[in-house]
Ligand binder design. Structure first.
Ligand SMILES: Cc1cc2nc3c(=O)[nH]c(=O)nc-3n(C[C@H](O)[C@H](O)[C@H](O)COP(=O)(O)OP(=O)(O)OC[C@H]3O[C@@H](n4cnc5c(N)ncnc54)[C@H](O)[C@@H]3O)c2cc1C
Length: 393
């Protein structure tokens, strides 16, 4: 049996960051990493952005292998016994641990058809598959207009591909942006040549040779060389749940990132943690959280005893538009827009119950600290107080 001082399940960005956190305090304690992916840790965000804009392939690697880690790749952890401090993988191999991190991330929501033919865009292999298809085909269908759908549609369009987007909402990013920004994005995507089919869903899927024929609920038929879907993700909680850990919409952790069994921690997309500034339990599916929380979990596994009090930021790029954001961007909240130039540059405040719950920094950079500080303020704020609160040029 393999025995490790620190054992990490998952090889994503939180897992890599945890190794770095451990190594800050423990230079040579043994670390094992088990993952069902066959690649060593890499950055996911460039897969839908930078890699399509000429960012060198080698730049995605996190370099975890330089930190004295034993990798067990291509293996799914199927059992966790917290009392015996052991896990078992899909090949029957057992591993003992002193401290365990569950960094199992999240998995794409799938449609009930099109199994292996639809690319649910999450991994490096998904990128490689789409890239290969894009070198041969010209027409692509993107299902969904959230983060992944909007980014990958823009990336393919920038490769001069003919892109069609089908999505249930009326406009791109409708769940997070105020309606005027979502509508602006619809117009901008159309101007770039992307065909939008809003308020519709994919109903039938057929493969004919190397091409696909997709029918929507409203009866539209789209013939295409590749289909990519970004329908959201669900946290990978099955392992924690079957081990009897406290699980809700994520593995529940305390402010030290400890799960409900001794010496078991969780971090990244899978962890439901107390968000200090927002004063509620949250699960965040973004890079900054995976990196900071993973690192903090690693430090605490190595004995640091520190609180995770970070207010994670997130960001996205679509064509020439980009943003950073902090907190909850919920389009159902009241929003206050402070444009320097409409839809080109501005700050959007999300207000709920007199508190700023989220801030969207639209083409405004290096203001996330100000935004986090505002979210942490008790308020009470009125809409008319907010314009100009965050100064930008
Ligand atoms: C294409 C793409 C673009 C993105 N762009 C942005 C962006 O622009 N901005 C931003 O803020 N965020 C972005 N994100 C989100 C960000 O990448 C994620 O929040 C981050 O990668 C989460 O890291 P994680 O380590 O928690 O989980 P994951 O990266 O999901 O890693 C989980 C790992 O655990 C493994 N695993 C799961 N269960 C098991 C098991 N039982 N046994 C073994 N292994 C298991 C998985 O295979 C995987 O390797 C993007 C994500 C994607 C996919």
């Amino acid at each position: 049996m393999n025995a490790y001082k620190y054992l990490i399940v998952g090889s994503g960005m939180a897992a890599d960051a945890a190794v770095r956190g451990i190594r800050e305090l423990d230079a040579d304690g043994s670390i094992g990493m088990i993952s069902d992916e066959t690649d060593k840790p890499y950055a996911r965000p460039p897969l839908s952005k930078g890699m399509w804009k000429g960012r060198p392939f080698e730049k995605i690697w996190r370099g975890t292998e330089n930190l004295n880690v034993d990798f067990h790749l291509g293996r799914t952890v199927t059992e966790l016994d917290p009392a015996a401090r052991r896990v078992r993988d899909s090949q029957g191999q057992e591993y003992a641990y002193e401290k365990l991190l569950l960094a199992t991330g999240a998995a794409p929501i799938r449609l009930p058809f099109g199994d292996e033919d639809i690319i649910y865009y999450r991994t490096l292999q998904d990128y490689q598959r789409l890239r290969a298809l894009s070198e041969q085909g010209q027409r692509f269908l993107v299902i969904g207009a959230g983060f992944i759908g909007s980014e990958i549609a823009a990336a393919l369009s920038m490769q001069s591909k003919q892109v069609t987007m089908v999505f249930l909402e009326n406009a791109i990013g409708e769940r997070i942006f105020p309606p005027e920004i979502s509508q602006f994005l619809n117009d901008a995507y159309r101007k770039k040549g992307v065909e939008l089919i809003p308020a519709d869903g994919v109903e039938k899927f057929e493969k004919t040779g190397s091409r696909f024929k997709v029918q929507t609920r409203s009866g539209r038929v789209i013939e295409t060389d590749g289909v990519v879907a970004g329908l959201g993700v669900r946290p990978n909680i099955a392992l924690a749940k079957s081990a009897g850990l406290n699980v809700e919409n994520g593995i529940v952790v305390d402010d030290h990132l400890r799960a409900s069994a001794p010496d078991v921690y969780a971090a990244g997309d899978v962890a439901m943690f107390p968000h200090a500034a927002l004063g509620k339990m949250m699960r965040v599916e973004h890079e900054d959280n995976a990196l900071k929380m993973g690192k903090q979990a690693g430090r605490n596994m190595a004995g640091a005893d520190e609180t995770y009090a970070h207010a994670p930021i997130f960001y996205s790029d679509m064509f020439e538009f980009g943003y950073e954001a902090v907190g909850e961007l919920n389009s159902k909240f009241e929003t206050v827009t402070d444009w320097q130039e409409p839809f080109q540059k501005g700050v959007i405040y999300y207000l709920d119950g007199g508190r700023v719950r989220g801030v969207l920094l639209w083409n405004v950079w290096k203001k996330t600290k100000d935004a986090a500080a505002l979210i942490a303020e008790a308020g009470l704020f009125k809409a008319e107080d907010l314009k100009g609160k965050i100064k930008f040029e």
